[in-house]
Each structure stands twice: as C-alpha cells, then as structure tokens.
Design a protein around this ligand. Sequence first.
Ligand SMILES: *Cc1c(COP(=O)(O)O)cnc(C)c1O
Length: 554
Amino acid sequence: MQNQTKQKVAYFSMEIALSNDMHTYSGGLGVLAGDTIRSSADLKLPLVGVSLVSKKGYFRQELTPEGKQIEHEDPWDPAKFMQLLPEEVTVQIQSRDVHVKAWLYNVVSQTGGVVPVYFLDTDVDGNSSEDREITSFLYGGDERYRLKQEIVLGTGGVRMLEKLGISIRKYHMNEGHSAFLALELLRQQEMDVEKVRSSCIFTTHTPVEAGQDKFSYDLVKEVLGDHVPLEVLKSIGGEDRLNMTRLALNLSDYINGVAKRHSESSREMFPGYEIHAITNGIHSYTWTCESFRRLYDKYLPGWANEPNLLVRVDLIPDEEVWQAHREAKKLLIDHVNKVANIGMNIDVLTLGFARRATEYKRATLIFSDLQKLRRISRKAPLQIVFAGKAHPKDYQGKRIIEQIFSYTQKLKDDIKIVYLENYDLITAAMVIAGVDVWLNTPHPPFEASGTSGMKAAHNGVVNFSVLDGWWIEGWMEGITGWSIGPPPEERISPEERSSREVDDLYNKLEYIIAPMFYTKRDEWIKTMKNSIGKIAYYFNSHRMMRRYITEAYF
Ligand SMILES: *Cc1c(COP(=O)(O)O)cnc(C)c1O
C-alpha cells in the first residue's frame, strides 16, 4: 500500500464527479466534491475521498421532440478506470451481512499531489442479488434503497478506511447522506458523543427543511437494526424520524453552510448550532476552456495552482479576451447547429441556462411575458441555450422541460432556443464557456450557493442573476454583472418580489445588457474582465480548501 502513516482527512460524499465517463455524479453536489478533490490534489493536502461506485449511473437523459424526458440506465465499467482492492468489509443491513469492496481511483495533480478516492461497491461475491444492487443507481429507488446506500457509504466507508490501515484525523461529511459515518464512530467510541464530535465536520447544502433526508424509525429498525441503541439514536437524530441533517449537526463540532447567506438561513433553521460560512468555489483549471487557459498561461503564468493571480487580468489586452471568448462561443454554436440545426449565429447575444430542472431554479422565468421578450429580441437579437436533467421522480421538473420546449416553438420565428440533451460535465463546460451571459433565476433562498456562475466567470462570461447564494457575495452591480430583483434583506411580499424580478430581467436585458453587448464592446469586455479579476480570482476551490484547512480541519 501507499504511505499511510500520516493522518488524513476523510471526505465523504454520496457523489463525486471526477470524469465524464465515470457516472458517479448527478449535478452540483458531485461536481463540488470533485473540485474539492482536485484542489486537494493540487495543494498536496492529506485527504482521501469516499463515495459509492454507482455502477449504473444516475441516468442518461433522452428528450423527445416534445421535451418529454426519458431516463435510461447509464452503466459504466469501473475496471476501465480504477483498481479493485482486495480488502473487504461487511455492514449489517436487514440483519444480513453485506460485503463491501472498494475501487481505488487516484486523482493525480500536475503538481505531483495525489488524492486517493475509494468508491464502495456491494456487487461482490457472497451478497444476494438484491444487495449487489445497493451501489448501482445514484439517488435511485425508494427510501429503503436510499437508507441502505447511506449505511454502505457511512458505516462501510469508515470500516473500509480502517481496513486499509488509513488513519483519519477528521471526517468531513459533504451533506447529510454520509452521517452514518458519525454513528459508526459513536458505536466504536462507546457512545462518547464529545469524542466523536471532535473528529467530525459537516457541510450542509440544503436551505430548506423539505430537502433533508429523513427516515421513519420503523424503516430504520428494519434496515439498520440495533447498530446503536434506539434511544441514543432518537436523542441525536430526532424523536419522530431519523433526520440525517440533525444527526450530522449533533455529531460535528465544525458545521458550515456553503455561502454566507446560506449559513444565515441555516442558523435560523437550526437554532442553537454554531454554523460557519465557507463559500463554495470551483476548480479553476477544470472549468476554464482551452482558449482562456492559453491566455492565462501567457499573461498570468502559474494561475492554475494560484487562481488569485487572475486578479491581474488587466494585463491581458481586450482584443485577446474577446478572441478567446469567440473561440469558446464558436465551439458551442457549431455544436448546437450540428445537433439541432437551427442556425444559431455567433454574432447574436447568447444567454445560457443549464442546471438541474427543478421548480425552485425557475428556468421559465424568462418566458413570463412572451410579447415583451419578442419585442426585446426584435430590437437586439437574442438566442438561448438550455440544458439540464430532472430527477426521475421530480415530475414538476420534467414538466418544466416540456414547457421550455413549447416556448421554443412559440418563439421560433423570433428567438432561437435550444435545449441540449443529457447535461453532463462536458456539456456544462461547453455551454458555460460558450454563451455571453449566464442567467440564474432561482427562487430565494433556495439556492444554497450555486456554482455554475463561478465557472462562467472563469471564462469571461457575465452573470445576470437573482441575489441568492454565492452571487450576493460576487455581485457588484454593473461591475461584475447584474442583479435580478431586490437584495434578500428587502422585506417585501413574494408577489412584489417576483414582479420586480421579472421587471429587472426584461428591463436590464433591454436597456443595459443588449445595448452594451452590441454597441459598447469595450465596456462589455471590461465587464468580462471584471468577472475574471473580481470573481474567478476568489470563487475557486483552492481558496475554499484553504478555508477548510485553517478553519475546519486544523
Ligand atoms: C456546475 C454544475 C452544476 C451546478 O450548477 P448550479 O449553478 O449549482 O445549479 C450542475 N451540474 C453540472 C453538470 C455542473 O457542471
């Protein structure tokens, strides 16, 4: 084995996105986990990752001509990418021993840093066919299936690290899914809560009660059995139902939200806990397109492992920034015209909106007033690129995709709109770097952080966003981009808020954004550069990991 003498931080996450061909992620949470690992490798941090192998993936999205989402299994072969380790551990599920093995994937940085990631797998000899499926589908199945997965991740993960002889100084739970790790530590420490707390860190990502994982105690008794006594479990995980967020909160001595605003709402939601804020970041090199990488290499050498250098973006001539953007935009427009054949034009102001299709993201806000949108586009042409998957059980989310398809039809003589199928890491990188404006219209306060706007900024793409999540911290009106709607502290009715959001969306598009894009190119490029120099230099996962190191890990 590798040198395991030094104590490590163990980073647990239900999903970790490391490569487009390894279907171990669904969206933002997994991408964040991947960026965490990549920055840790660059910075040579003593960190290991633990996740599930999700051999049949999340799902592959097919969209019919009407925009109906069809979900396909998305299998992949771990053996092509990783090494199956000989070690095996067992966890008890429904009073059976379930065997768990691990695949090792080493994330190797250009700097020479290496972060091993262990993907747990129950598709192992000796398990029943049912148990072999536990690590098949990311976020698949019913509650019982989810509970089993969380037991494998948390309990199985802790036991696997022990079996591998890796000594751990801190366990970091990325969201409540992995909170059973703390329960396993509690069992090992003979119910010494303080001792467990001193080694656990919890990052919450859910800004609302409804988003938290909860299991009935009947189900818990059946599936988990008497891993720890039920009274103990109820006292730390909630009396009525086992709430994984509560469990994590009660067993961690460092807790954080993923943006300042999100930490505030988390403190309101969980009074009595000290909840810190470490605002998310993205892995700069991964999310910067080829043409901008070249530009940064030329003018800001060393930027990839020191993204703070992007603050010096003014060293780059305007013309070269514009050319780098045109190159990324051409790749996107060519791709769109190849798959959709709708004659998108590289000279037209292009908006992008690609993220999970779910109610609170409000992908259809821009279609609130079609007459107005048409009028704007007649003065200054527009085109829009959409992408995003709806969770198979998010029926509203699926309807949103269909609605976008129907608006696309209604507007087809005025605005070219495309919805790209099967949003993944590669589509994300292409769309985010290739549009001019990154549109973000979540319903506050539901966007805990959001990260795609940070990716946009790394590519000189300008943010136009509701003031929620990270954007509250990145936003300087007219300098780094534009806001949609009032700031969160303004106490107004939900109706008034929505109407001001729609007004801002159309008015700023018509009177500020489109005119600047088409007629004041130098001001536009200045805003692009500000996105790089005032957003990307800060909203990256190198800065984020340094915060975790100094505040949480040590
Ligand atoms: C960055 C990313 C996300 C997260 O986007 P948000 O802005 O947080 O909604 C989701 N999916 C993919 C594939 C991504 O790359």
